[in-house]
Design a protein around this ligand. Structure first.
Ligand code: ATP
Length: 204
């Protein structure tokens, strides 16, 4: 199952609920860190694109240095994405394949909508939170409203996400309520995952 939503909408919270319910959770942000580990092909490709100044003294990717380079350079950012996306996709494929048969696999992928990747999943779950509440929750994490709004503006809109969703969860109450609202959908996915499958398609 592909899980997506805008910044601060509640993806990690839903992923944690799914993990508690027994799902295998794979996180694109986590894979993005793993695929650039020292010695990886992706890190080598990034260094050949942007030079050794994107490496820390310990040979790890210096994310801040890289972010400064691609921040206002669309060509550089596209080149970086051309390295990162296939590497993350390959890592995700390996993680899905390693999941025990019959398990619900949840892939937390913030850019699912932007990447038009909805066809890769048996179901797409979109988590959505009304803007004022989202800003309040992000403020609780130390993000200014201005920064949050700039990020939200750069992402797909709620309407665009809703258009590709099989299920939309509105996260405007307690986490317990969110879990209650998710439960019937999760049970359906769990039932489907237990059925014999004849395709090797990605996360369910
Ligand atoms: P990001 O895009 O930054 O990864 P996210 O979509 O994964 O964010 P979360 O981290 O799950 O969003 O939620 C954003 C913040 O809001 C977190 O601090 C989380 O603890 C809080 N939060 C999420 N849902 C609720 C809720 N129902 N009630 C109270 N706080 C919540």
């Amino acid at each position: 199952m592909g899980l997506t939503g805008g910044i601060g909408a509640g993806k990690s919270t839903v992923a944690a609920i799914c993990a508690d319910a027994g799902a295998v959770v794979v996180t694109a942000d986590e894979l993005a860190r793993q695929v650039v580990a020292p010695g990886s092909d992706a890190l080598e490709a990034i260094v050949s694109l942007f030079g050794p100044e994107v490496l820390s003294t310990t040979g790890e990717l210096d994310r801040a240095a890289l972010a400064r380079i691609v921040f206002s350079d669309d060509v550089a950012r596209a080149a970086l994405e051309d390295v990162m996306h296939p590497a993350i996709q390959a890592a995700a494929g390996r993680a899905f394949a390693a999941a025990p048969p019959g398990s619900v696999v949840v892939y937390d992928i913030p850019l699912l909508t932007e990447l038009r990747a909805e066809k890769d999943y048996d179901a797409v779950l979109v988590v959505e939170t009304p803007l004022p509440l989202r800003l309040r929750r992000l403020a609780g994490r130390g993000m200014s409203a201005q920064d949050a709004l700039a990020r939200i503006e750069a992402q797909a809109s709620d309407e665009e996400r809703r258009a590709i969703a099989d299920v939309v969860l509105v996260n405007d109450a307690s986490v317990e309520q969110l879990a209650t609202n998710l439960r019937p959908h999760f049970e359906q996915w769990a039932d489907a995952a237990r059925l014999p499958r004849d395709t090797g398609r990605g996360a369910n």
